[in-house]
Design a protein around this ligand. Sequence first.
Ligand SMILES: [Zn+2]
Ligand SMILES: [Zn+2]
Length: 344
Amino acid sequence: MRAVRMTAPGVLEQVEVATPTAGPGEVLLRVGAVGACHSDLHILDAPAGTFPTPITLGHEIAGTVDQVGAGVTGWSAGDRAAVYGIIGCGRCRACLRGLENQCRVVPVGGVGLSRDGGLADQVAVPASRLLRIGDMDLTQAAPLTDAGLTPYHAIELARPKLRPGTTCVVIGIGGLGHMAVQILVATTAVRIIAVDTSVAALDLASRMGAHEVVQAGPDSVDKIRALVGPPPDGADVVLDFVGADPTLTTARQVVATGGRLLLVGLAGGTLPVRPVADEPPTVPLETSVEVPFWGTRAELQEVIALARLGQLHADVQAFPLDQAPEAYELLRRGEIHGRAVIVP
Ligand SMILES: [Zn+2]
Ligand SMILES: [Zn+2]
């Protein structure tokens, strides 16, 4: 079968590989769609040895069951499913609470991260990773598993602060940010301020229900402050889906006293935290900073429910498998709007 693999650090190419079989407890899925994620670029750019090579990338997968392995019950050929990408140890304190995204044993492990992923005609995954999607379009279902789940999890963490009438600033309206806006619209009554450098991304945010849009630049903080008022007031919650120095600076300078900063993007910026009383603190008093990671299986089920109710829709740009490397190049250059989805 065809597979798009990282054959060496930084090298992504389409190759022919043997079709996998479903081992005990596993299911062989015919891949219907795979989302192209910024994390894949971080995997490609990581130093040698950080991730195994060769490895088939793709951790945002939806497909149809082809074959079930020994011991699998509840799934049969023809069933349609989305894949929860994380594979925790299943036994530690966090996993036992359903928080496999906080597994204390397995360092960031999962489909397309520590074992072959979905950028291929078929992929074998543990049956425990599958969630039912009904008759949903597979190109819509795939992005739910990360581009939908990750912002949903961050919003769940911040939910106590997302009271009716409060303000949430969403920085970065890409694959995750445009889903975040819709999740906020569907599950809260907050005022949403979308921030991005791209006018097209801001148009997308408006279509998805953002109440205000701010084009990012040197005056980002002033523009957002004009909407949320001066300190110690400000945005109750800030979701940063970029995580670069300029966005982290904006985030900490617009959040309210007692607010919450959720740093989701992995662009490698630094957030200084310096508690001081005699000058403006780097982060307001009583403000918490969190670094959410992906989400839980239970949350993915809720994300799928939102989509099936018509309240969450990925803005998708589809590419055939042999154009996957080009799709990642466009993603790297910031030329994808919404989510790029590879359709084998
Ligand atoms: Zn991802
Ligand atoms: Zn664990």
